[in-house]
Ligand binder design. Sequence first.
Ligand SMILES: [Zn+2]
Length: 169
Amino acid sequence: MLIQTRSARHRLLRNAIFTICGSREPTTACLSDICRRAAKIAGRAKPWGHRHLYVLLHLDRYDADKYPITDELLKSLISLSGREATNGKRVVKVYAHQVRPFAVILMRSRKCARPSCHTHFVGLGNYCSDKCRTLYTKHLRKQAAKRKRRAELLRRRRAQRKRHTRRSR
Ligand SMILES: [Zn+2]
């Protein structure tokens, strides 16, 4: 089995269908189209019925034991959604924990907050790593301290000038 728990399999199936149809309310036409293309990928002579796919999509309303999500269907749906999702996209390398190899990751790319870092995919938080966070927050703190010193220097100079002009009057 690709994924063990039924709810995880259901979620995977739903996400794959939503990705392919580009909507959370897929039309019958789209479901029929998916069935045809998925059957082709699976090498099945007889395609799945769109009604069957509809039932699987709304499995919470039906007796789930009667309608198992087979590996054959799930695999071809994932493959199909991967093709849709990667259409016009570039292949990049992703190093990640707990993601199976060749998984399709659908997420907006977000650059690491440290400007000189080349990482363009940040999950939670603003930095790609603790190293970047440390480096950049240190840099920001240094700059803030510099600004503060400069402001302090200017304030002192201004005060000195005032004293000087008062004295020379
Ligand atoms: Zn970074």
